[in-house]
Write a protein that binds this ligand. Structure first.
Ligand SMILES: Cc1ncc(COP(=O)(O)O)c(C=O)c1O
Length: 349
């Protein structure tokens, strides 16, 4: 088999069931469910009892609705495609006073969640007084209120304490208007792991916790079982004499006599250059990457490695989140890069 992306659906199901059993989940399924595949994620989360989904992309929101006539589909970015949103019963963020003033008539028949800007400063109302005005005027149907924390992934950051305090104060101030809303949500994976469900909230809104990576390094690995394995094959091993090179423009030049394994995976399959600065696992042993090409990887190996051996880039003993801690890139960045067109996807039940 060519290089493979294996997704452990059984573990995703058990993790989703456990978390949703402790706190109701709005599952973040944006960017093709962190690249594990939206239909697979939706089916697994539904089986786990989750009935609320969020994405930033209207096309994905429509796709979820087409799979699922009953669940909440929440669009976290605003869109002006009002008839599509209305026809698919998508609930959408209300991102600003300006959007409200311009579009309150267009929003007729669409349920919105008021967004508080907070320290992320990406979108959302900056001033709770404006949110109060929207609630008092009753010109749009508000079914939720939400925010997104900018510093939750840095446990102990004073900014996170600040943004949490500000948000809880906003909820308290607007409480007479919002306390009975069906959707009050703020917490990503890191926030939930630190604080549990915050008071006055109906749901958490995690992503990565459902996809097998720890949102911050001080969490026990057992709290978030790995679900992603990426493995390739040694095509052949190649002895190189000191000074000889291999790869385009001498991508690797031997400083001493050595052996390299040529493997059938490369950056075209989504292996980040930053990931290639770290080892791979072959037969349970670690070996350094010598060069990364589009469809090939050169690994410096010893005489025990043979053509046909399996090369692990990610897996239970070589987890995505460990490379995050090493500075390779966010968990989601590493996962998003994986090329599901070229890698063979295998689902483990
Ligand atoms: C608005 C919003 N909420 C929730 C999440 C989920 O975050 P995480 O994957 O850290 O749980 C994201 C992800 O980036 C997001 O953009």
């Amino acid at each position: 088999m060519p290089a493979v992306l294996e997704i452990d659906r059984g573990r995703i199901l058990r993790q989703a069931r456990r978390i949703n059993g402790d706190a109701p989940v709005i599952a973040v399924v944006k960017n093709d469910a962190y690249n594990i595949g939206l239909p697979l994620a939706w089916r697994t989360f539904r089986e786990a009892g989750i009935n609320a989904f969020a994405t930033t992309n209207l096309k994905e929101a429509v796709a979820i609705r087409e799979l699922d006539p009953d669940s909440l589909v929440f669009l976290m970015n605003p869109s002006t495609e009002f008839s599509v949103i209305r026809d698919h019963r998508i609930e959408m963020t209300l991102p600003s006073m300006d959007f409200y003033v311009r579009h309150q008539h267009d929003l007729s028949g669409i349920r919105v969640h008021l967004e508080y800007r907070n320290l992320l400063r990406r979108s959302g109302f900056a001033d709770p007084e404006e949110m109060k005005r929207v609630l008092e005027e009753g010109a749009v149907e508000v079914s939720g209120i939400w925010t997104h924390f900018a510093f939750a992934d840095e446990p102990g950051a004073p900014e996170h304490e600040q943004e949490k305090e500000d948000w809880l104060a906003v909820l308290a101030e607007l409480s007479p208007f919002v306390q009975h809303l069906p959707f009050i949500h703020a917490q990503n994976s890191a926030s939930y792991m630190q604080d549990g469900l915050l008071p006055g909230h109906t749901h958490i809104r995690p992503g990565i916790l459902l996809y097998g990576s720890r949102p911050y390094a001080s969490l026990e690995e057992s709290a978030v079982p790995n679900v992603v394995t990426v493995r390739a094959n040694v095509i052949q091993t190649l002895p190189l004499k000191q000074g000889e090179s291999s790869g385009y423009s001498a991508a690797f030049r031997a400083e001493e006599d050595c052996t390299v394994a040529v493997c059938d995976i490369g950056y075209g399959d989504g292996v980040l250059r930053a990931r290639a600065r770290h080892d791979v696992l072959i037969n349970g042993r670690r070996y350094p990457v010598a060069a990364l090409m589009m469809s090939h990887l050169l690994v410096r190996v010893d005489e025990t490695v043979k053509a046909g051996d399996t090369v692990h880039l990610y897996g239970d003993d070589i987890r995505v989140d460990r490379f995050t801690a090493l500075g390779v890139g966010a968990n989601s960045e590493q996962m998003s890069a994986l090329n599901r067109m070229s890698l063979e996807t295998v689902i483990k039940e």
